[in-house]
Design a protein. Structure first.
Length: 370
């Protein structure tokens, strides 16, 4: 029954959060995957060997709840990152950890400064938490603009390094400068750290430099476990405790915790070998793209960003033409300072070779139409 008199005055109709009105669902390829899917920067060599062994054995355990805070996995990750047990928090993918951190580090209505371009989910997660994203352009040389980020006075600064979609890693000195001068918390998203040599250790060391920096990482990329959703972060114990409160219990499933723990224990060499191959293939792919007149930007990750503003129809024409050939890459229309671009995940060379054949076929059509 409705009470029109009361409705408009004392109890306004239920209303959804304002910031949600401009948000849409995340678009992905999960439901309709192309034969050659180079769109999501996952490990295209597959899952680590531990996964197959552990998943069969877990049947008896999954009727119960997992450990509330995945303490066994935390121990494995702390060892992997070279930090204390009280310096690691896990989550349902690193998106979940970012989400929890944004809630823990500021009240709704505050700002979050981030480079433009950067990982698009960062601004979305900020909005989902009632924060206002403030986009700060990169410098002319396409580096993080530390001065401009600091000048926003935002209580949270987010950067991805190696960056996504650019691929480039900020020098350690730049991150140190940012951490030292930031007015509030700094979130460093190091999802691709494994592909940048000793960078992972360098970035994790920042967690000991300041109590205000959170290093967010994931097992979705180099570790080949995107489908199990294992994200984590390193930081000072006090910081980690707050993020864990914000995150809540049971975010890592029993299957996820077991596979990830076993993979960390036994599959480090497997991952290192795939990473080495991905890096070699990345450089080989970069050379092939350059020969085709599509030089990519420098990358420290497992993908390449290729500016395509000069191709007729730009990013959308490239992705559409490739999709018709059963190849999927990520389209980035009108990136600030770069223009249209496409992002290509590095795969085993057999797959890269098939991709290049498709790309050459598409290029021939564009050249004919130009
Ligand atoms: C892929 C990616 C993530 C998300 O990883 P999940 O752990 O799968 O949620 C986070 N940050 C960046 C920069 C990424 O590219």
């Amino acid at each position: 029954m409705s009470h029109p008199g009361v409705d408009g005055l004392l109890s306004p109709r239920p209303r959804f959060r304002d910031a949600y009105q401009t948000l849409g669902r995340y678009r992905d390829a999960g439901d309709q995957r192309a034969g050659i899917d180079l769109s999501d920067n996952t490990n295209l060599w597959g899952a680590p060997p531990a996964a197959a062994r552990v998943i069969g054995d877990a049947m008896g355990a999954i009727a119960r709840y997992p450990a509330a805070y995945a303490t066994t996995l935390v121990a494995g990750l702390a060892d992997y990152c070279g930090v204390g047990l009280d310096m690691v928090v896990t989550g349902c993918g690193s998106d979940d950890v970012l989400d929890a951190a944004m809630r823990a580090f500021a009240d709704p209505g505050a700002t979050l400064a981030l480079p433009d371009p950067t990982f698009p989910m960062a601004a979305t997660l900020a909005q989902m938490n009632g924060l206002t994203p403030v986009a700060v352009p990169l410098t002319r040389a396409r580096h993080i603009d530390v001065d401009a980020l600091v000048e926003t006075d935002a209580p949270i600064i987010y950067v991805a390094s190696p960056s996504n979609p650019l691929g480039v890693a900020a020098p350690a000195s730049t991150l140190e400068d940012l951490v030292d001068r930031a007015p509030g918390f700094v979130i460093i998203d190091a999802a691709y750290a494994e592909f940048a040599g000793s960078y992972a250790a360098t970035v994790c060391a920042l967690a000991r430099r300041s109590e205000r920096v959170l290093i967010v990482r994931t097992m979705s990329k180099a570790w080949g476990l995107a489908g199990l959703r294992i994200g984590y972060a390193c930081g000072a114990p006090r910081l980690i405790a707050e993020v864990e409160k914000s995150r809540g219990p049971y975010k890592v499933s029993i299957l996820g915790e077991r596979v990830a723990t076993e993979a960390l224990r036994l599959d480090g060499q497997w991952v290192a070998a795939r990473v080495a191959e991905a890096v070699a293939n990345r450089d080989r792919l970069a050379a092939a793209l350059t020969v085709l007149g599509l030089p990519p930007l420098p990358s420290d990750a497992n993908f390449l960003l290729v500016p395509v503003a000069h191709v007729p129809g730009g990013a959308s024409a490239v992705t559409t033409a490739l999709r018709a050939l059963d190849v999927s890459v990520r389209s980035y229309p009108a990136l600030r300072g770069i223009g249209d671009a496409v992002r290509i995940t590095v795969a085993p060379w057999l797959v890269m070779a098939r991709f290049l054949v498709a790309l050459e076929a598409a290029l021939a059509v564009w050249r004919a139409s130009a």
